[in-house]
Design a binder for this molecule. Structure first.
Ligand SMILES: *Cc1c(COP(=O)(O)O)cnc(C)c1O
Length: 216
């Protein structure tokens, strides 16, 4: 199957769900993104600023670019002029820097809080309690250059689907508990586990290899 066919298959499968497809193009060459673009794709997610910026520059300007990987504060300035959504806010400090750089560009940047939902040392993010504290922080309203619109989580890499489901459900429950109409995006589900994520209320599935093929 080519990229176009895979994209169409996903769009068809998502038609009657609440989830939106966010194709993850990291490590794939510009040509792969151009192929997806020709097939109608207007959103791509990348995990590294060094890769996101040259791809942004090479491709048409009607594309929504998402950042899904760890973001260092000193790199925010390179993506602030154009990024549509940052899925990987993992500290208040980072949120402050995104705010400052957004203001410089005259923008408001949509952000998701990355929540640590997995039973793995290698994944990171806020705990539920830390996220709740951040959302209640009196310092937050001053950050007018950012808008927190939801959360992102990565489930444990396991074949135990019950565990994956439980982790996704926890994230969806958190959003219900927060009960803030602005916080409604739930970015969860990747190539391996997106069907479970959709069943548990994902609004954005981040799919890489199932669209672009495996990464070398
Ligand atoms: C790479 C990546 C994805 C996509 O992974 P696939 O397994 O290729 O679908 C999704 N989310 C994040 C944060 C990633 O880094």
């Amino acid at each position: 199957m080519d990229i176009k066919t895979r994209l169409e298959t996903f769009q068809k499968a998502l038609e009657h769900t609440q989830a939106r497809l966010i194709p993850v193009s990291k490590t794939h060459p510009i040509e792969a993104l151009q192929e997806a673009y020709s097939a109608g794709c207007r959103v791509f997610a990348e995990n590294r600023v060094q890769e996101l910026v040259p791809k942004y520059e090479a491709l048409p300007k009607d594309i929504e670019w998402h950042l899904i990987g760890t973001l260092q504060t000193n790199k925010v300035k390179y993506i602030a002029p154009f990024v549509s959504l940052i899925h990987s806010i993992d500290s208040f400090k980072l949120l402050e820097v995104v705010h400052k750089e957004a203001i410089k560009c005259g923008r408001v940047i949509d952000c998701l809080l990355q929540i640590y939902i997995a039973q793995e040392e290698t994944k990171h993010g806020f705990s539920y309690q830390e996220a709740e504290e951040l959302l209640a922080s009196p310092a937050l309203p001053a950050l007018t250059g950012v808008r927190i619109v939801g959360v992102m989580g990565m489930a444990t890499f396991t074949t135990d689907t019950a565990q994956i489901r439980q982790e996704f459900r926890g994230l969806a429950d958190f959003v219900k508990r927060v009960a803030n109409p602005q916080i409604k995006e739930i970015s969860m589900g990747m190539s391996q586990d997106y069907t479970i994520a959709i069943e548990e209320g994902s609004t954005m599935i981040r799919v890489g290899s199932a669209i672009f093929g495996s990464r070398s």
